[in-house]
Design a protein around this ligand. Structure first.
Ligand code: BGC
Length: 457
C-alpha cells in the first residue's frame, strides 16, 4: 500500500531544535578575567609541548568580549538553539566555596541575550576545563569530586534554571579519561593504565550527584553528552569480533550502561585486567539517576580488528580505502549517525535524544575572498549527516534536535588553531567572522525545516 504520510514525515518535526555548539575554553578567551580562577586547560596549554604550535586559549575567539556579536550572528543564521559550556573556574575560582559573581554574570547576560534573540540555551556544566585547584587535589581521581561538582552545579542551577531549559552535566567523559588520564594528550596530561577507570567512575558519580541536585530544585531538563563511535568488525573472525565488542564497551557503553542500566559492560574487566576496580553497589545507584535526554556527539566510525599491541582494548581501526577523510583523519561515514541513533534508542529504552555535536574540520581557504569562504566538503558532510539524522527520525528515534559543531573556528584542544571546525570562519588576527558557505547552507536547512536537504527524493 502506498505510504501517504510522506508529507508529514519528509521534513523535520515542528519544534525540532536546530542549533550549533561551542565550549568555553575553545572560544571565550580572557581565561583569568573578572576574578576567574585558573583551569587545568589553561595550565596544560601553557605547558610547553602540550599543544600544537604553543597555542593557548588566552584569546581564542574573544567570545568573552564579543558574545553580543556572536549571538547576533546566530540569529542571522536562524539558529533556534545554542549549546555552550560554563567554565567552572569563572564561577568558583577555587572550584568550591567562594562564588565569583562576575563570572556567573557573564553567563547570565549570555542567556538573556540568547532568549531575546529567540535562541534556546543548552548549558553544559563540564566541557573539560576543571579548576586547577581541584586538579591539585586529584581532580577526577578524588572521590570527593562528586560533591564538588554538585556544589558547583547547584550554584549555576540557582542562577540560570529560570531561563535555561536544557542542561548537560558532562561532555564526553570518555575523551576526558582516554585523552587526559591514559594517553596524556589532553589535560591533565596523565599517562596511566590504572587511572582511567577511576576517573571514569568519579565522572559518572559526579554526573549522578549533579542530577540529584537538579531534581531537588531544577524545573527543566537534564541529561549527559557522550561521544559514540560505532564499531564495525573488520571480519567475522572471532578475534576481530571480540576486539570489536571490547572497543565498543570501552568507548560507547562504559558511560551509558551505568547511567541507564546501572552496571558496567561485562567486557570492562577484560579490557582493563587487574586495573579494573570493583565499585560499591550504592555508587551504581547514584549514577543511575533518571535523565530527561541523552546528547550524542557523532563524528566518525571505526572498523575494528584484533591488535594485541594496542592497549587497553587490544583492537585497532582499519583505515578504509577510498573513504573521504577530514583534516583530523576521520572517515566521513554518515550512515554511522543513523546507526548510533537507532542503537542508543533501542538499547536504552527510547530516550529523547539530541545530536549535541556533529561536524568536520576541512581545509578552508586561509581567508575570505570577497566576503566568501567556500567549503564544499563541509557542506556535503552536513547534508549527508542531516539526511542520516532524518533517516533515524523516520525509523522511530525520538530525536529532538541537532547542534552542529561548531559555530566558529576555535581552539581545537591539543591541535590548537590548526584545525577549523567552524561554519563561520574566524580570522584570528582581526577576530573578523565570515560565515562560510556551510553556514549559508545550514541556515537554509533551518529556514526550510529540512526541506533543503531534499529528503523527499
Ligand atoms: C569535543 C569538542 C571538539 C570536537 C572536535 C568533541 O570531541 O566535544 O570539544 O572540539 O569533538 O574534535
Amino acid at each position: 500500500m502506498a505510504d501517504t504520510s510522506d508529507d508529514t514525515r519528509s521534513t523535520f518535526p515542528a519544534g525540532f531544535l536546530w542549533g550549533c555548539a561551542t565550549a568555553a575554553y575553545q572560544i571565550e578567551g580572557s581565561p583569568l578575567a573578572d576574578g576567574a580562577g585558573v583551569s587545568n586547560w589553561h595550565r596544560f596549554a601553557h605547558t610547553p609541548g602540550m599543544v600544537h604550535a604553543g597555542d593557548t586559549g588566552d584569546v581564542a575567539c574573544d567570545h568573552y568580549n564579543r558574545w553580543r556579536e556572536d549571538v547576533a550572528l546566530m540569529r542571522s543564521l536562524g539558529m533556534r538553539g545554542y549549546r555552550f559550556s560554563i567554565n567552572w573556574s569563572r564561577v568558583l575560582p577555587e572550584g568550591r566555596g567562594r562564588v565569583n559573581p562576575e563570572g556567573l554574570a557573564f553567563y547570565d547576560r549570555l542567556v538573556d541575550a540568547l532568549l531575546e534573540n529567540g535562541i534556546q540555551p543548552m548549558a553544559t556544566l563540564f566541557h573539560w576545563d576543571l579548576p586547577a585547584a581541584l586538579d591539585d587535589r586529584g581532580g577526577w581521581l578524588n572521590p570527593d569530586i562528586a560533591g564538588w561538582f554538585a556544589e558547583y552545579a547547584r550554584v549555576v542551577f540557582r542562577k540560570l534554571d529560570d531561563r535555561v531549559g536544557l542542561w548537560a552535566t558532562l561532555n564526553e567523559p570518555w575523551v576526558v579519561t582516554d585523552g587526559g588520564y591514559l594517553h596524556g594528550v589532553l589535560a591533565p596530561g596523565h599517562r596511566s593504565r590504572y587511572e582511567p577507570p577511576i576517573a571514569a567512575h568519579h565522572l559518572l558519580r559526579a554526573h549522578g550527584a549533579a542530577v540529584q541536585a537538579y531534581r531537588a530544585e531544577g524545573r527543566n531538563n537534564i541529561g549527559i553528552v557522550v561521544n559514540i563511535e560505532p564499531k564495525y568488525p573488520a571480519s567475522q573472525n572471532p578475534e576481530d569480533l571480540a576486539a570489536t565488542a571490547r572497543a565498543d564497551a570501552y568507548m560507547n557503553r562504559q558511560f551509558l550502561d551505568p547511567v541507564f542500566l546501572g552496571r558496567y559492560p561485562g567486557e570492562m574487566r577484560e579490557v582493563f585486567g587487574n586495573a579494573w576496580p570493583e565499585w560499591p553497589a550504592e555508587d551504581m545507584l547514584l549514577i543511575r539517576q533518571a535523565i530527561d535526554f541523552v546528547g550524542i556527539n557523532y563524528y566518525t566510525r571505526s572498523v575494528t580488528r584484533h591488535d594485541a599491541r594496542r592497549w587497553p582494548v587490544h583492537g585497532s581501526g582499519v583505515p578504509q580505502k577510498h573513504a573521504t577523510r577530514t583534516e583530523t583523519g576521520w572517515e566521513v561515514y554518515p550512515q554511522g549517525l543513523t546507526d548510533v541513533l537507532k542503537w542508543v534508542s533501542a538499547r536504552y529504552g527510547q530516550p529523547p535524544i539530541y545530536v549535541t555535536e556533529n561536524g568536520a574540520a576541512f581545509y578552508d581557504p586561509p581567508s575570505a575572498i570577497e566576503g566568501r569562504v567556500e567549503d564544499p566538503l563541509r557542506v556535503a558532510y552536513l547534508r549527508e549527516h542531516l539526511r542520516a539524522a532524518h533517516a533515524a527520525l523516520r525509523q522511530g528515534v525520538d530525536l529532538r534536535g541537532y547542534f552542529l559543531w561548531s559555530l566558529l573556528d576555535n581552539f581545537e584542544w591539543a591541535l590548537g588553531y590548526a584545525k577549523r571546525f567552524g561554519i563561520v570562519h574566524v580570522d584570528y588576527a582581526t577576530q573578523q567572522r565570515t560565515p562560510k558557505d556551510s553556514a549559508r547552507f545550514y541556515a537554509e536547512v533551518i529556514a526550510t525545516q529540512g526541506a533543503a536537504l531534499g529528503v523527499n527524493a
